[in-house]
Structures are given as structure tokens and as C-alpha cells.
Design a protein around this ligand. Structure first.
Ligand SMILES: [Zn+2]
Length: 203
């Protein structure tokens, strides 16, 4: 089932999400619905608060090409994206390395806005799977960036919070205008109803 994606301005996007203590049928169904919703929106990642459920669960599926990742290890073993994705992760713990990488980001909750964001180059994420396993994944590139973007969502942080001082002012102005447009079009911040959007690579 495709779920409505909440938009910038909805308070659920600012909540520190609760850990998932038990994987119930409801959680599994939510994960499946989130996957369908992300594919429908042509996104590469989606966090539970973006569908108005403030729990520590998110999904990622980046394009399976060389540009997406050069380092990818699962529990210390080299893996390919095809072997690893889609990734459904719960209760993540994130460790950043000291390198930095700048790349463009968008967000399914903030349609039409894309900005460069400087983030760690390589991440190590330890998380639980729906099957109750604990996995440690090391990743760089778009996958490493997606992990950081989605885990930010679980902590109530949006990519627009992480812009350089130079782009922040312009972004704030654009965000204000977007929220105004949504109001005029009769959208509420509670749901995104526009279909066929061109928000490829949103997260
Ligand atoms: Zn996002």
C-alpha cells in the first residue's frame, strides 16, 4: 500500500524517533508499504517518520552502479549492492570517519529542493534487521550519504539543516515559498498528494 509522505513543516519530521523493541507483523507491513511508497516516489531512501510513524526504521535502495559505492562491507566481508539491497534497517548506530564528501541531496518530504551537503565520506552503521539479526555495514558514496540522510530523519534532522551558511539563507527563502505554494494548492503538511513528481533520488 502506498502511504502518504509527510511534507516539510509537519512536526513528525522533528521528532526523535523511538527504538523498535519488537518486530511485529505491523512493523513488517509498514516496511513493505514504505518500500512500495519509496519506489512509487522514485526515491532512494525513506524513513518511517516521513510516513508519520516516529520509530527508528528506514529503508534505502540506491542505483546499483559503480557511482553509488566503492566501499561496501557487511560484517567485514566485501559485498555488492545487488547482494545487499534493498536495505531495511532498525535502531541504527552510526560511526563517521574523518573524511568528507560533498554531494547533492534531495528529500521526498521537501519536493523540488536540491542542495549540496558536506558529510562524512565513509560510515559504519550497526543496525537490526527485520529478522532480528544485528548487522554492521561499512559504506561510502551515495549509500554512505543515504545512511547519514536517513539516520538524520530518525533524529528529527533534515538535510536543509546541514547546508553551508552560503546556501542556507537561499534555502530558507525557498522553503518558505514552497510551504506557501503547498497551502495555495490545498496540500496540508500532513500529506503529499501530488503524483508523478520528478523527484528522482529523493531520500
Ligand atoms: Zn529525506
Amino acid at each position: 500500500m502506498i502511504l502518504p509522505i509527510v511534507l516539510y513543516g509537519n512536526p513528525v519530521l522533528r521528532v526523535k524517533c523511538q527504538p523498535v523493541t519488537q518486530v511485529t507483523d505491523e512493523i513488517r507491513k509498514l516496511a513493505a508499504d514504505m518500500m512500495e511508497t519509496m519506489h512509487d516516489a522514485r526515491g532512494v531512501g525513506l524513513a518511517a517518520p516521513q510516513v508519520a510513524v516516529p520509530i527508528q526504521m528506514a529503508i534505502i535502495e540506491v542505483p546499483a552502479n559503480d557511482e553509488s559505492v566503492t566501499v561496501l562491507r557487511v560484517n567485514g566481508v566485501d559485498k555488492t549492492l545487488a547482494e545487499t539491497q534493498p536495505i531495511i534497517f532498525l535502531n541504527p548506530k552510526l560511526v563517521l570517519d574523518n573524511t568528507k564528501a560533498t554531494g547533492q541531496e534531495g528529500c521526498l518530504s521537501i519536493p523540488h529542493l536540491r542542495y549540496d551537503v558536506r558529510r562524512a565520506g565513509v560510515v559504519t552503521v550497526t543496525y537490526q534487521t527485520l529478522e532480528g539479526e544485528t548487522v554492521t555495514m561499512e559504506a561510502d558514496g551515495l549509500l554512505g550519504r543515504a545512511f547519514q540522510h536517513e539516520i538524520d530523519h530518525l533524529n528529527g534532522i533534515l538535510f536543509t539543516d546541514r547546508l553551508s551558511a552560503a546556501s542556507k539563507l537561499g534555502a530558507q527563502r525557498k522553503l518558505k515559498r514552497l510551504v506557501q505554494e503547498w497551502k495555495e494548492e490545498g496540500w496540508t503538511s500532513a500529506q503529499q498528494t501530488r503524483q508523478g513528481d520528478e523527484d528522482e533520488d529523493g531520500e
